[in-house]
Ligand binder design. Structure first.
Ligand SMILES: [Zn+2]
Length: 291
């Protein structure tokens, strides 16, 4: 098994290299990681982590591989020391999301940065937020990169086809545990605001590393976020701050236009509010957009 001390340093170095944390945050971050790992000492030094951060790849694909490897080592440690119940993908995801959440600023700080970028341009704001969503591992780059994509010519025109591999594979141990778990009504669904910072459970993904941007749609509070599973370029979700059902009506179109007025470089659309055809979460009013 990899040296846990080295893995801790590499994770902090990743945070520094991607701008999740700054130099002044290094010791604090290392200590936070140690707490989650149940450790109380390390030989990590600021200069060493700065040096390691210079070795973190900048290429998108290599950066994903780097994080996958480091988190894998930390998950292995958690499995070997009993920090996670089962050594399977759902439990590993729950654990490493907690680690990543330590390096993501609080919502108010992220919203301030987003709004400052928005004053430059809506593009600058979404560029910042999309990169944050990937660097925080809310969007797991190394899984998205395994998606299969191709274009199929049809008599109606070219059809983009994607096989999405970024949702965690079925995990028999987690399915069995979820069957016996007490039913929880919190958060009410995967689109609710209450997912922000949530620990997750065997039957609900962890979101400690998730941050939401508030937007105003038809004078009501809505949330803007990316889809963690990215079906297409900068796949975003715009959702009602209240857990209320989808309803397609005249006002739906006013809402859609409000969003594209604020983000003219994005498109937005809606699934039908009918079961089966939409295949979406009908219990929570939301739209899907992208770049
Ligand atoms: Zn909901």
């Amino acid at each position: 098994m990899a040296d846990i001390n080295v893995a801790v340093k590499k994770l902090a170095a990743y945070g520094l290299a991607t701008g999740l944390i700054e130099k002044e945050d290094i010791i604090y971050t290392v200590n936070s990681i140690l707490i989650v790992l149940g450790l109380d000492n390390t030989d990590a030094e600021i200069a060493e982590i700065e040096k390691l951060s210079a070795e973190v790849p900048t290429d998108e694909a290599e950066l994903g591989c780097y994080l996958e490897k480091v988190l894998g080592e930390l998950d292995d440690y958690a499995a070997a020391t009993g920090l996670i119940e089962n050594d399977s993908v759902v439990y590993r995801d729950l654990f490493d999301t907690k680690l990543m959440g330590l390096m993501v600023e609080r919502p108010s700080a992220i919203i301030k940065k987003f709004n400052a970028k928005y004053k430059e341009s809506p593009e600058a704001a979404t560029y910042y937020y999309y990169n944050l969503s990937k660097n925080s591992d809310y969007i797991r780059r190394y899984r998205i990169s395994k998606d299969m994509k191709w274009i199929a010519p049809t008599e109606y025109g070219d059809l983009d086809i994607t096989i999405n591999l970024s949702k965690p594979e079925k995990d028999p141990k987690a399915i069995a545990a979820a069957r016996n778990a007490k039913q929880s009504g919190y958060p009410k669904c995967q689109l609710c605001w209450e997912n922000e910072g949530y620990s997750g459970r065997v039957d609900h993904p962890a979101r400690e590393n998730h941050r939401i941007i508030p937007v105003t749609i038809q004078d009501t509070k809505w949330g803007f976020q990316y889809s963690p599973y990215v079906y297409y370029n900068e796949h975003c979700i715009v959702f009602n701050s209240q857990h209320i059902p989808m309803k397609i009506e005249h006002n739906t179109f006013c809402k859609l236009f409000d969003f594209v007025k604020a983000f003219p470089h994005y498109f937005v659309g809606s699934n039908a509010d009918l079961p089966i055809v939409g295949g979406s979460i009908l219990s929570h009013d939301h739209f899907q957009g992208g770049h």
